[in-house]
Design a protein around this ligand. Structure first.
Ligand SMILES: [Zn+2]
Length: 155
């Protein structure tokens, strides 16, 4: 238990751990979790963490995050892990699996890229050229992405 005590026990749902401190709100946005959904969500920010200095933790009740949803987080939280909680105990643990490509996670940061035209909407595809630190290249225009700018282009 230890640090997990900071998060009130939940009956069923997901606990996302090892989120870089201060990025929990972006993670919620990436998971398309907003105040409009019915699931109760709790954030714990700036929890001391031996491994990374400080971290954020998110708890989402009554929703089990899929591996695919977790993998979307590789842009901002490559070390995140998820514990799936069923009946107050950890039923499954998952970690971000860095893929070769991220599809429909973020838009190309170059405004003249073909993906910004609306005539024939294309899936947004980013090739991962390095995982640590994460570096992305647009599948269409081939340009390397500015990792700070791309945070503003998350879908
Ligand atoms: Zn592009």
């Amino acid at each position: 238990m230890g640090e997990m005590r900071r998060v009130t026990a939940i009956c069923n749902g997901s606990v996302i751990d090892h989120i870089p401190a201060g990025t929990a709100l972006k993670v919620l946005r990436m998971l398309r979790i907003s105040g409009h959904r019915a699931n109760p969500v709790s954030l714990v920010m700036n929890v001391p963490s031996g491994k990374f200095g400080a971290k954020d933790i998110i708890k989402v009740e009554d929703r089990e995050l899929t591996q695919e949803e977790l993998d979307r987080l590789s842009i901002i939280a490559p070390h995140a892990s998820v514990a799936i909680i069923r009946n107050y105990s950890v039923a499954e643990k998952r970690e971000v699996d860095i893929q070769k490509e991220l599809v429909n996670v973020a838009k190309c940061t170059y405004s003249n890229c073909i993906t910004h035209g609306n005539r024939e909407p294309q899936p947004h595809r980013m090739t991962i050229i390095s995982s640590d630190p994460l570096q992305l290249r647009c599948h269409y225009c081939g340009r390397p992405q500015d990792m700070d700018a791309i945070i503003d282009n998350l879908l």
